[in-house]
Design a protein around this ligand. Sequence first.
Ligand code: MRU
Length: 343
Amino acid sequence: MYYTIRWDETAVSMLDQRMLPVQEVYRHYTNYHDVADAIRSMVVRGAPAIGIAAAMGIALAAIKSKINNINDFKSEMLQVCQIFASTRPTAVNLFWAINRMRNIIEKSEDIDACKNDLVHEAQKIHQEDIEINKKIGEFGQKYIGDGFTVMTYCNAGALATGGYGTALGVIRSAVEHGKKIKVYSCETRPYLQGARITAWELFKDNIDTTLICDNMAGHFMKKSEIQCVIVGADRIAANGDTANKIGTYTMSILAKAHGIPFYVAAPISTLDPDTPDGNSIIIEERNIDEIAYIQGVQIAPEGIFIKNPAFDVTPAANITAIITEKGVIENPAVTGIGPLVNG
Ligand code: MRU
């Protein structure tokens, strides 16, 4: 059985998602700089998974530190937190996980105790995430009827999380409840998370999956082949606007135009009450070679002007419900995320 990420006592191990679906290669990092690079270069990706990777990277930096003065140790660790915070800007789970680690560092008075606590916290963040996804799955499966065909976008699966997945967790839970469902996975240009990762995960689980190009989504919706769309999220603003993989916004408009429910599945750690709305979310711009090349093959003229925003924002008005481990917000355009973050 594959795993996304694992704490290995003196190393952080992860499946290199850049190699999927052709090769299943695991990387073993013994240096926190390499863990930060793994986040930047998409060895590991997906909002909850990069939070877990950062937490484990900070724990790794702590146990490898040779500093024996508590104040120097704390300032070194806070710098390490900064390095992880600069890896990717959009997914709030990254900053949420780093904050949990930072709180431990700031309160600590003893180096060895702090090292133990950081290792423990990173493992806890990982373990909790799997349990959270199971709860999201349980809440979410109620929205998936027997016989549904569900469309998903990007990868919000086991490989984007500690395990099981958010959007794919809902699909997995529906299948575990005995529902006979089909999945349409959009390939998700430019990085092809849908083709390379979602299709790979679902295929391995024997879930009935059909891969389509992104521009086929409207065609299948119009033919009444899709009963709902379910996606993950990188950051959900206070008013319910949701940042997710570039193209999600387009899918939400298509779903709305065809009267198809559009669900977002995400842990509470993806809700960001400090960001008022989608306009305030920082959208990561990635290297243009992700568009100019596919698997090393050049597909655009040399020197052509290219833009590569990695995420877009789906307005709350296009979202039927936000499914979390603490419950579901139906019609987030009416309430925002208030019902869940205010208790
Ligand atoms: O650039 P990526 O692959 O990290 O983007 C991932 C997504 O957009 C996912 O849908 C999102 O992080 C939710 S993962 C549960």
